[in-house]
Write a protein of this length. Structure first.
Length: 345
């Protein structure tokens, strides 16, 4: 019997559907493995992508989305997946996994990057260093809306109720205008460069109904907004923010409840609160909702670097930059931010 050998191939548009069918069917597949990210990252940021897959007997049996982010300020890195909380190889068998892993390391060497970074939810390579920095928060949803409300710890539930009592309402936006306004104000206040409006528009255009924008209003005035990703039976609120009024009106608390409520009504079974850095405000906020942190394993293969990169707001060397950024007028931060954020993969 002739044994067929798995071939490593690079994704093209003709095979987008085959790739996505594999990702959707695989138990380790995530929204961030979908082929649409190739289009989004190339169009919005101009980064080179390498979406690799193996094929055996005419069928895809492993995939690896890679993004090359080469920045004078933030280093030269190959990442799966940049701008995403999850990534790494998903494969039907160990042979195909090892083929893609070896190819990723070979490509990293060829490109001369500082590091290859693979973002896993489980430890894959105990011999490789990883960042003990991030956790994710995921929770199974009850099929009944009210039971999900009662599952929220009492103090946090009271915050949601206050938003309701204040007369807040939610609506689904067809564009990203209000999302970008609320998000850019929120991240400016945190001292973080905002993504371009083009990025959000591209996400919405590429992912369609899988990418939904929910906005919160008070008497017709924007209070908060969030972009949510839907994949299989999961919802993941990803880019969100609030205006100055959000704190007093409990706008963010109400907003995430509305995402949960609407998701339950759609039959969604898992609420993925996404990634947070340990010890930060967002980490505490999500714990207050009764979610338990689960460690993320961002594993590195060092090429030119001798230590792990430390590009995050908790790094003391960025504190002066963050303090200055918080003081920028919003229009200036909206103009300058995208030139920096496009390299913060």
């Amino acid at each position: 019997m002739i044994k067929l050998k798995s071939e490593i191939k690079t994704l093209d548009t003709v095979n987008f559907k085959r790739w996505d069918d594999f990702v959707t069917a695989h138990p380790d597949g995530t929204f961030f493995h979908l082929s649409g990210w190739k289009t989004v990252i190339e169009k919005a940021f101009g980064h080179k992508t390498y979406f690799l897959y193996t094929e055996y007997d005419g069928a895809i049996n492993a995939v690896l989305p890679l993004v090359h982010v080469n920045s004078l300020l933030f280093g030269n890195n190959l990442i799966s997946s940049a701008f995403c909380v999850y990534g790494g190889i998903i494969a039907n068998n160990g042979i195909s996994y090892d083929l893609l892993d070896a190819e990723a390391c070979r490509l990293a060497e060829q490109l001369g990057v500082d590091t290859l970074e693979l973002r896993h939810r489980e430890r894959k390579h105990p011999e490789r260093p990883y960042k003990e920095l991030y956790v994710t928060f995921r929770k199974n949803l009850e099929p009944d809306v009210e039971n999900n409300m009662l599952a929220i710890p009492r103090k946090q539930r009271a915050m949601v109720r206050k938003g309701m009592e204040a007369g807040l309402t939610s609506t689904i936006d067809t564009d990203v205008e209000r999302l970008h306004l609320a998000y850019s104000e929120s991240v400016r206040n945190l001292g973080t460069p905002v993504f371009s409006k083009k990025f959000f528009r591209t996400l919405k255009a590429v992912f369609g109904e899988q990418c939904e924008v929910l906005s919160v209003e008070h008497n017709g005035q924007l209070i908060a907004s969030v972009m949510n990703f839907y994949f299989r039976d999961e919802v993941l609120p990803y880019y969100g923010g609030g205006t100055d009024l959000a704190r007093d009106l409990k706008g963010n608390d109400f907003m995430y409840w509305e995402v949960m409520r609407r998701a339950v009504e759609k039959g969604v079974k898992i609420f993925d609160y996404g990634r947070s850095k340990i010890g930060t405000g967002s980490y505490s906020f999500k714990k207050n909702w009764g979610f338990k942190p689960e460690p993320l394993f961002y594993e590195f293969y060092l090429v030119k670097a001798t230590e792990l990169p430390d590009i995050n707001p908790l790094n003391p060397k960025y504190q002066l930059f963050i303090a200055a950024w918080k003081k920028l007028p919003l229009p200036i931060s909206q103009f300058i931010g995208p030139f920096l954020s496009k390299d913060l993969g």
